[in-house]
Design a protein around this ligand. Structure first.
Ligand SMILES: Cc1ncc(COP(=O)(O)O)c(C=O)c1O
Length: 374
């Protein structure tokens, strides 16, 4: 098979105003973390989600670090998060000195649920880190009600939810602080990049300060606190401005991709996919994931190996937090069992899902999935 025939797992679309805006940065010399594109991107993205402040940062992981730090979460505080997520979520909590407390996810939607969260609340619980996964949001109604009733703060990780809504309300509008990633497998990309959104003036100021090494306005090199350099560059923001212009189109492209895969794989035995629709949201297919049924005699790793042999790129699902060696070595999660997350990690993977995927590539990928399951 020629390399050109390989269907890549992800390829972004950069054929709008990306080149024009990046060239503009170079011509005008605005290439660092100051510049008009950054302001445009921050304001435009915040406005799109209906938030007052946007703080652009260098990726979605550090957006979570800054969010946890900005809320002042630390030693003695428990933060509830899904077991099934990316390490960035748990890392942000652990690095702040707070305690991550895990909940399993729903086997159909692959997302955390309010009842599971409620069961893990203790007198030390301070916050819920809500993480929306794979194209469907968490069912926010019961979760918002729970957070309000129990006085808990919400950090919302909407890294994968650009353009998604819950009952018509934008994802990224639910957290006191909400975060996004603009890694190239996301609906909008800046190469690397992230954003924190909030309506709170003081929290926004705090995130801006944490992003910029906590330089003091009046005495720059005297620090009351330790921050980080989390700054996004104007060059990256230029990509973001161009991508944001096409967000609705990108969501439509991904929904068409999901619908086509669903059509091609309808009736195929051996896999479970995320619902295309729930009462509160239509899937935006961050990626097209699938989970092998228990009677399929191989696991995700073997499925991915076989698909690679057929020229189809894949990625595994996240590996659950309570099974992470680095966190177990810290003494965390010794008694945790989260069977749904454990199973998703072992039997879940996703197939080519990039914005530039062609109809022929979707057909090839679906045909390969059918072949390995035949
Ligand atoms: C749910 C979630 N949170 C956080 C991140 C981290 O974002 P980044 O890769 O930009 O650091 C990702 C990245 O894929 C993600 O999927």
């Amino acid at each position: 098979m020629a390399a050109a025939d390989f269907v890549p797992v992800n390829e972004p679309l950069l054929n709008g105003n990306e080149e024009k805006y990046v060239v503009e940065c170079i011509r005008t010399g605005w290439i660092s973390s100051e510049g008009p594109m950054l302001r445009r991107f921050e304001e435009g993205f915040a406005a799109r989600v209906g938030r007052k402040h946007g703080i652009a940062v260098s990726n979605g992981s550090v957006a979570l670090d800054a969010a946890v730090a900005a809320l002042g979460l630390g030693a003695g505080d428990e933060v509830i998060l899904p077991a099934f997520t990316i390490i960035s979520c748990a890392a942000a909590i652990v690095r702040a000195g707070a305690t991550p407390v895990l909940v399993d996810c729903d086997p159909q939607t692959w997302n955390m649920t309010a009842d599971r969260v409620e069961a893990r609340i203790t007198p030390r619980t301070r916050a819920i880190m809500v993480v929306h996964l794979y194209g469907l949001p968490v069912d926010m109604g019961p979760l918002l009600e729970l957070a309000q009733r129990r006085g808990l703060r919400i950090i919302e990780d909407a890294a994968e939810m650009h353009g998604q809504t819950w009952r018509g309300r934008a994802c990224g509008s639910f957290g006191e602080l909400s975060t996004f990633s603009f890694y190239p497998n996301k609906h909008l990309t800046t190469g690397e990049g992230g954003m924190i959104l909030t309506d709170d003036d003081a929290l926004a100021e705090r995130c801006r300060s944490l992003r910029n090494l906590c330089f003091k306005p009046e005495q720059r090199f005297v620090h009351d606190e330790l921050g980080w350099n989390l700054r996004m560059t104007n060059l990256q923001a230029a990509l973001g401005v161009a991508q944001l212009e096409r967000l609705d189109e990108f969501v439509a492209i991904k929904r068409r991709m999901g619908a086509r895969y669903n059509q091609l794989l309808a009736g195929v035995r051996g896999i479970q996919v995320q619902p295309a629709k729930t009462p509160y949201a239509d899937n935006i297919y961050w990626v097209y994931g699938m989970v092998l049924d228990d009677d399929v005699p191989f696991d995700a790793r073997e499925a991915m190996r076989r698909l690679a042999g057929l020229g189809v790129g894949t990625r595994p699902f996240f590996w659950a937090m309570h099974e992470q060696p680095v966190l177990r070595k810290m003494g965390l999660f010794a008694a945790d069992r989260h069977p749904v997350s454990e199973r998703l990690a072992r039997r879940g993977f996703y197939v080519p899902s990039g914005m530039a995927l062609t109809p022929a590539q979707i057909e090839r990928s679906a045909a390969a999935v059918k072949e390995i399951l035949a």
